[in-house]
Structure formats: structure tokens, C-alpha cells
Ligand binder design. Structure first.
Ligand code: SF4
Length: 448
């Protein structure tokens, strides 16, 4: 029986936030809320916020206004990183009824008794724990066929530009057995692919278990077909990960390793845990051991001390290394971080120009990488169907594939697709009837 109330969710920011929204929405379902789309007329709206840039903050404030324009009576809760770092400024925004920081965000449902608009928001802001944690729910309410599995939270690295340790606290890990429990429940619910996520997942440590043990434990779950590692700090991995990718085809040949800058001087100013040579050596080892691996990265342009020469080093490393593409961020001051007090700022116009140059290199390299697979087969997990009845999804090495002849396929099927072209950011391919049906049947048989 439902409680007659509708709740909608909106997630800003990272994959970890997406994983957490899926878990939070499950807790609302447990309390008999009907889960609705954010565009509907809803009683409660939960905004899982991000504060990684000024833009992320602004978008959160904008969304509050949008929701209230649609329905002035909607009870609005802002939870997560922005709430944690800027509760006082959020309190001054009209229309927010509940502000919950990072420590209590997973329990937000408990702070909503009757979702009636308030003249003053309730603020729940507690000190963040440093202890290992468990999570009660299973995050099955996901828009994709890839289930995000949270294994860790917080970070101790204190990179000079990063607000995350203030927004999410110090590193702590989820109980090993609790990760296994949720992973098994996710596969029971039909998920074939799991993406392990957290803030600094490579630092996972629960009792005598480390990150590599989590990966091995998940690979041993028979019903799991694919395991993907989300963004991971390069200095926390060893070559063993490439050996595992080679030995076990369930472990996706795909890594997202944030480099942030190609200049060693900037990496030092950023207080990163590696230099460009060490980073490149690791990437090259990966490509040598797993030739079809896709390694992507994050880059920051316009760090306060970044000179033209420093930027050129970022451009060269993007251009000349095996990195396939980059997520590019313009540096933005974040309150409380060490960089806030560093002297010098890069002109916004120069930041824009640098960003454009890196985007061009990244786009060209990504297309070239996709083209390498023309004439070859990629195994794709179907995710979305467009207006032309074409299914799309990702290959194990994270190539976005559109399937030209797959109208009879279903969501969440693993199929072998022969790639024939690259267009509009997709590798275009076709399911070859015999082999594809064999693969589908085989997988369905295993799943039942
Ligand atoms: S490793 Fe650095 S950039 Fe990543 S969350 Fe920790 S402090 Fe921030």
C-alpha cells in the first residue's frame, strides 16, 4: 500500500552520488512513497547536490527554483556535498525545507515527517564518521543497465584544489561482506554489470581486505557478467589490475585515471601523489598488457599557477599518450581548500581557450580510438532504444555503440556487435544473427 505521496529525485555530480540516490530512493519506496519523475507534480523532491565547482552550486539553486515554479507546495530537501559545505547559504534560499549534510543524507527519509512547506528549513549537519559503514538497501532504481555499487566514501589525500574531503569527510570503507550482499542482490535483480564506486576507491581497506580483494570477490559472483571500475586515483593501483583484466574477461578493460595536469610543477602545487612520468609509465603498462583497454582521464585547466608552458605539457600528454579522452574542468576556487590562498589567477578567457584546445584533442583521439574497432566485434550491453528503434549501449571497453539492426533486442542484453562505422560519437554496428543469438541464449540460460 502506498502512502499517497509522490517523491522525485535529482542527482548532480559524480557516479557515487548516482549510486547514493538509487539507495535513498529505495528508502522512500520502503516508506511507501510512489517514486515519480522530477517533471511531475510531486509532494517531495530530493536534490542530491554536488559542490565540486561553482557551476554545480549554481545549478542546484536553479533547480530549486524550477521545481517550485512547477509546484509551489513541493517539499524540497537538498542533501549531500553542497549542503555539507554551504548550509548557511542554502538556508537563505527561499523554498528549501530540509538541508541534510553528508553524514545523514542516506537517512533523509527519516527527517520528513509530514512534507509540509516550512518558513525556515530544518538543518541536519553532523560530524562525519571515520568508521567503516554498511548500507541497508540495494540500489536498483537506476536509469542505466549498469548498477553503481558504493564501496567507499571520503578521502584523505587533500589535493590542494579539492573540496571533496570537506564535503564528504575522511576515507572510510564499506564492510566487505555488505558489498558482497548488495552485489548479489543486484545480480539477483537482473543486473549484469556492476560499477564499483566511491570517492577514492583505491584506498579501500576494511579489516584485512583491500581494493584488489573487493574486485576478486565481485568477479567470483557467478551471475555477474561484467565488473567495471569507476574513476580511481592512479597512485592507488598496481599492475596487478591489468593482469586481472587479462585473466578474467568479466573485468572490463577500462580505467578512468584522473591526471589533472601534464606539468610536474602543477601536479606538485596540486599535491597530487604522482608525477607525469609515473602516470605515463602506468598507462603504458596497461596498454602493453591489455591492448584494447580504454584509459580516460580528468584534466583541470587554469589552475592558479598554470603558465602557458604548463598548459602545453597537458596538451602534449593528451596528444601523445595512449589516453583516449579527458573530462575537462575549468579550475574554480572552492572555499576552504589550500589553493584558495595560492597567489595568481588565470584569466577566464585563457581558461576557455585552453579548455577548447584540450576538448579538440580529446574528441579527435576518442574518434580515432573508436575507429580502431571498425571491422571488429564488441560485446555490448543494451541500454537505450532511440526513436529509430536502434539500441545503444557500452562495450566492455566503454565504447558507446549504436546497433543498426537490433530492433528485436531487449534492454539489458549482452550482444556481439560488428562495428562498421563511427558517427556522431557512436561506433555503429550490426548484430550478426547466428553468433548474436547464440550469445543471448547462452546468457539467458545462465541467468535463470
Ligand atoms: S584524491 Fe584528491 S581530487 Fe580525489 S577526492 Fe581526494 S582530494 Fe579530491
Amino acid at each position: 500500500m502506498e502512502n499517497g505521496l509522490k517523491a522525485a529525485f535529482y542527482t548532480f555530480g559524480c557516479r557515487l552520488n548516482q549510486a547514493e540516490t538509487a539507495l535513498i530512493s529505495q528508502s522512500f519506496r520502503n516508506e511507501k512513497y510512489e517514486i515519480a519523475d522530477i517533471n511531475e507534480h510531486v509532494d517531495v523532491c530530493i536534490i542530491n547536490s554536488c559542490t565540486v565547482t561553482e557551476q554545480a552550486d549554481a545549478r542546484c539553486r536553479q533547480l530549486v527554483r524550477q521545481v517550485l515554479r512547477r509546484n509551489a507546495d513541493t517539499f524540497i530537501a537538498v542533501v549531500g556535498c553542497y549542503s555539507q559545505t554551504a548550509a548557511e547559504s542554502l538556508k537563505r534560499i527561499d523554498g528549501i525545507d530540509l538541508i541534510v549534510g553528508s553524514q545523514d543524507k542516506m537517512d533523509v527519509v527519516r527527517y520528513i515527517d509530514v512534507p509540509a512547506k516550512r518558513s525556515e528549513p530544518i538543518v541536519v549537519l553532523n560530524k562525519m564518521s571515520r568508521q567503516p559503514f554498511t548500507i541497508e538497501n540495494t540500489g536498483t532504481n537506476l536509469p542505466t543497465t549498469r548498477a553503481n555499487l558504493k564501496i567507499q566514501d571520503g578521502c584523505n589525500f587533500m589535493c590542494s584544489f579539492c573540496v571533496v574531503p570537506f564535503a564528504r569527510g575522511r576515507a572510510r570503507s564499506r564492510a566487505f561482506w555488505d558489498i558482497q550482499r548488495e552485489a548479489i542482490r543486484l545480480t539477483d535483480a537482473g543486473y549484469k554489470e556492476i560499477v564499483v564506486t566511491g570517492v577514492n576507491i583505491g584506498t579501500y581497506n576494511f579489516e584485512d581486505k583491500y581494493f584488489i580483494d573487493v574486485i576478486k570477490m565481485l568477479l567470483a559472483i557467478p551471475a555477474l557478467k561484467r565488473l567495471r571500475i569507476s574513476s580511481i586515483e592512479p597512485a592507488t593501483l598496481t599492475e596487478e589490475i591489468f593482469d586481472l583484466m587479462r585473466e578474467n574477461e568479466k573485468l572490463c578493460p577500462h580505467l578512468h585515471l584522473p591526471l589533472q595536469s601534464g606539468s610536474d610543477k602543477i601536479l606538485l602545487d596540486m599535491k597530487r601523489h604522482y608525477n607525469s612520468g609515473e602516470f605515463l609509465q602506468f598507462v603504458n603498462q596497461g596498454v602493453a598488457k591489455v591492448p584494447d583497454i580504454l584509459i580516460a582521464t580528468d584534466m583541470i585547466v587554469g589552475f592558479p599557477t598554470e603558465s602557458e608552458l604548463d598548459f602545453e605539457k597537458s596538451g602534449s600528454i593528451m596528444q601523445d599518450s595512449p589516453l583516449v579522452y579527458a573530462h575537462i574542468f575549468n579550475y574554480s576556487d572552492r572555499k576552504g581548500t589550500a589553493t584558495e590562498h595560492i597567489k595568481g589567477r588565470v584569466d577566464p578567457k585563457i581558461k576557455k581557450k585552453r579548455s577548447k584546445i584540450l576538448h579538440q584533442i580529446s574528441d579527435t583521439k576518442k574518434e580515432a580510438f573508436y575507429r580502431r574497432f571498425i571491422g571488429r566485434k564488441l560485446r555490448v550491453l543494451t541500454e537505450e532504444k532511440d526513436q529509430n528503434d536502434c539500441w545503444s549501449g557500452f562495450s566492455d571497453n566503454y565504447i558507446k555503440v549504436s546497433i543498426g539492426n537490433g530492433s528485436t533486442l531487449q534492454r539489458n542484453q549482452l550482444v556481439d556487435v560488428k562495428i562498421s562505422d563511427v558517427r556522431n560519437g557512436f561506433a555503429i554496428g550490426f548484430v550478426e544473427s547466428d553468433s548474436a543469438h547464440f550469445e543471448i541464449e547462452q546468457l539467458e540460460e545462465i541467468n535463470t
